[in-house]
Design a protein around this ligand. Structure first.
Ligand SMILES: Nc1ncnc2c1ncn2[C@@H]1O[C@H](COP(=O)(O)OP(=O)(O)OP(=O)(O)O)[C@@H](O)[C@H]1O
Ligand SMILES: O=C(O)[C@@H](O)C(=O)CO
Length: 430
């Protein structure tokens, strides 16, 4: 069956966030890791989310990878392409949201691209083109201190214009509130004025429903999970997609084996989740310093610790540290080198855990998840029910051997008991 919706996501956990929204809305969704090999047999799906790691790489590489993903999705019949970016619009003046949106616009032949990172369920709203995170503008939120892409301007019209070749307009909330026809009319007017992209205001899910109808009539849109919700509802309403409930019990059924959590996110939410897990399962805290200086020994010791405990229940292994610990390691070894060494270490631990019989695995952190999923050579996931907003249950597809069930958690997502909840939904009792 041809695809209806093709999504190109700029990171793995962001991809599973979007896939979660689609699946929750009743769109049968598959998440692939990178552009799949021609030989990969995928389950029947209405949407495919191609996960890239293109958020923070040089813009020309991000464009090349996104165009390759587009070619694959187009060949499978996708009638609309969504470029999934972060709901906090993570990018710099060099890109990559602008350059990738420009390139996809030319490839799809779109005159104008609606762009909105609004995701009201997680507090991301857009008004007059300004992005709010909770109750503060983006430039006053913690994103102002992001290590890779500090967001210092809440005006997304300006932010996008600085990284785009074309001119950027606005679809204001008054048009959005007036409905899909008003959004389409505004987009047409902006295109006639020579604008190639437009930031679209959205505060409530109902706004995204109107935006979704207007966007679904165009070849391309750029946004986060809120836009995914709007597109899913529009495609189901116009009959292009038949609503199908994801069967959570079936997704994890028959997948036994050991269970583990590997965390490399140092976000406030993940640190709290690890602290809560300490009262629920054995927790090993890795030494980031040793992962840099003696990686093989630190990984081997962690695996030995885990193997002695896995038969009794799930274990959690965390590299995650508090900001002052992270700063100390970064000051000694360099920010990039420390991050990469810790990612290699956690990925090697994930690989060792799977070799030891772990079939149910929770990964915390975008980069951490990316490194582990790549190391495990997982080509694709079937997307199941939601564990927490932005985090679905995933079952591996296209891998030789027994399937596994995973969760890839963005650093800031999930409540304090996230790990126990995720393991519980994987059928792990302890
Ligand atoms: N103790 C530590 N010291 C230094 N770096 C660490 C430490 N623990 C983890 N790291 C590194 O910090 C980075 C955390 O990034 P990651 O993307 O995994 O989490 P996040 O930023 O919280 O998640 P997201 O991108 O989903 O918001 C990784 O590069 C990881 O290797
Ligand atoms: O959109 C979001 O906030 C997330 O899916 C994400 O991309 C976090 O890195």
């Amino acid at each position: 069956m041809p695809l209806t919706l093709g999504v190109i996501a700029d990171d793995y956990t962001g991809a599973s966030d979007l896939a979660n929204t689609l699946s929750k809305e009743g769109v049968r969704t598959v998440q692939t890791i990178g552009v799949p090999d021609a030989a990969l047999a995928l389950p029947d799906a209405d949407a495919v989310v191609v996960s890239l790691k293109s958020r923070s790489i040089p813009a020309d590489e991000a464009v090349a990878q996104s165009l390759a993903a587009y070619a694959w999705l187009k060949e499978r019949g996708a009638s609309h392409i969504l470029f999934k970016v972060c709901s906090t619009f993570d990018s710099t003046d060099e890109g990559n949201i602008g350059p990738v949106t420009d390139a996809l616009r030319l490839a799809t032949g779109a005159a104008i691209v609606p762009v909105t990172p609004a995701f009201p369920e997680t507090g991301r709203t857009v008004y007059m083109g300004h992005l709010f995170v909770g109750d503060v503008p983006l430039n006053e939120s913690p994103l102002k201190d992001h290590p890779l892409n500090p967001m210092t301007d809440s005006d997304l019209k300006r932010v996008l214009a600085r990284q785009s070749a074309g001119r950027v307009g606005l679809v204001p909330l008054k048009d959005v509130a007036a409905g899909a026809a008003a959004v389409s009319a505004r987009l047409e007017k902006l295109a006639l004025e020579g604008r190639t992209a437009a930031i679209v205001d959205a505060v409530f899910d109902r706004d995204l429903e109107a935006v979704g109808i207007a966007a679904a009539a165009l070849p391309l849109s750029t946004g986060a999970s809120g836009l995914g919700l709007g597109l899913a509802r529009a495609l189901i309403a116009d009959g292009r997609v038949l609503r199908r409930e994801s069967d959570g019990a079936a997704l994890a059924a028959g997948i036994g084996g050991y269970a583990a959590v590997v965390a490399g996110s140092c976000s406030k939410a993940t640190l709290e989740q690890i602290a809560v897990a300490e009262g629920q399962m054995p927790v090993l805290r890795l030494s980031a310093e040793r992962l840099v200086t003696h990686p093989e020994a630190e990984v081997a010791a962690a695996l030995e610790w885990a193997k002695a405990r896995l038969a009794s229940g799930p274990v959690l292994i965390a590299a995650s540290g508090a900001p002052e610990q992270v700063a100390e390691v970064q000051a000694r070894f360099g920010r990039h080198a420390a991050g990469v060494a810790v990612e290699h270490g956690t990925a090697a631990i994930s690989e060792g855990l799977v070799a030891a019989g772990v079939r149910r695995l929770v990964l915390a952190g975008g980069e951490t998840s990316g490194a582990s999923v790549d190391r495990l050579k997982i080509p694709a996931f079937l997307v199941g029910p939601e564990i927490a907003p932005g985090v679905p249950l995933l079952r591996t597809e296209g891998q030789p051997g027994e399937p596994m069930v995973l969760a890839l958690k963005s650093g800031n997502f999930g409540g304090p008991d996230f790990f126990a909840k995720a393991l519980g939904m994987m059928g792990v009792g302890y």
